[in-house]
Design a protein around this ligand. Structure first.
Ligand code: PAF
Length: 274
């Protein structure tokens, strides 16, 4: 990868990187298309990163679909698909990790203690290898975006981190490579997360500014469904991800639920003008 970049674009000034774990869907396509529109050269990485999965999580069964992924990249005119080998990326004597503190410790960080450290370590490696001018991430994993933006700022990485909108099915269900894990009825119940967040957004649009009341509104939509556990449902500052009591500025509504052992996360950003 480094040799290619040195030859192709020594400064990396026109490279856009879309880091993925493969199993590409319309959400990834939209990231690639955004990169295509703004960068001369588009690099997509496909790597299921073991460091970001907890011991009881789905690393083993995470969907792998390399030939479909390559076909998708070809259709989207990707210039280079980077598929690092596990032992090349993490050789036997690998011993360095990159960790962001406060931002990575709350919400998903509380539920998945090792997760963000795995993400920030692999993303640092990918940014070092590709040295892109821009890197593209989906809003679906909003906390991941915030953590990576912080990492890039703190470590003076010369890459712009670009947030791209969540791609949803027609009823609002957010696309994810893990969606194939669920049955139709689980998917229907999981849709209530988006509906709860939308209820929160509507309440804010209607003038509600107390976070506890907005959260109550959202929880009511979820409570109506059985067999669903709520990990968190909160109104937060969109930059720091701190929970808010009074809503103003740019707010992110964050939610995570579990249904039959599968976790779903989603979020909506709300801009409050007055
Ligand atoms: O969002 C993902 O697919 C992964 O967390 C990423 C950023 C590719 C790192 O493995």
């Amino acid at each position: 990868m480094q040799v290619w970049r040195r030859r192709h674009d020594p400064l990396g000034t026109s490279i856009g990187l879309v880091p993925t774990m493969g199993a590409l869907h319309a959400g990834h396509r939209s990231l690639i298309q955004r990169a295509r529109r703004t960068c001369q050269t588009v690099v997509v990485s496909l790597f299921v990163n073991p460091l970001q999965f907890g011991p009881a999580e789905d690393y083993g069964r995470y969907p792998r679909a390399q030939s479909q992924d390559l076909a998708c990249c070809r259709e989207e005119n990707v210039d280079l698909v980077f598929i690092p080998n596990l032992n090349t990326l993490y050789p036997q004597d690998f011993q360095t990790t990159v960790a962001v503190s406060t931002l990575a410790q709350r919400w998903e960080g509380e539920q998945r203690p090792e997760h963000f450290q795995g993400v920030t370590t692999v993303v640092t490696k990918l940014l070092n290898l590709v040295r892109p001018a821009r890197a593209f991430f989906g809003q679906k994993d909003y906390q991941q975006f915030c953590v990576i933006r912080q990492l890039v700022k703190d470590l003076d990485v010369d890459t712009r981190v670009i947030l791209c909108p969540t791609i949803r099915e027609s009823d609002g269900f957010a696309l994810s490579s893990r969606n194939d894990y669920v049955t139709k009825s689980q998917r229907q119940r999981a849709l209530s997360l988006y509906q709860a967040l939308s209820a929160g957004k509507a309440a804010i649009a209607g003038g509600l500014r107390r976070a506890d009341l907005v959260e109550k509104n959202m929880a009511k939509v979820l409570d109506a469904r059985h067999g669903l556990a709520v990990d968190y449902l909160a109104c937060c500052d969109a930059r720091t991800l701190e929970p808010l009591s009074r809503l103003r500025g740019t707010v992110v509504l964050l939610g995570a639920i579990r249904i039959g052992g599968v976790r779903f996360i989603d979020n909506l950003i709300v801009r409050i003008r007055r």
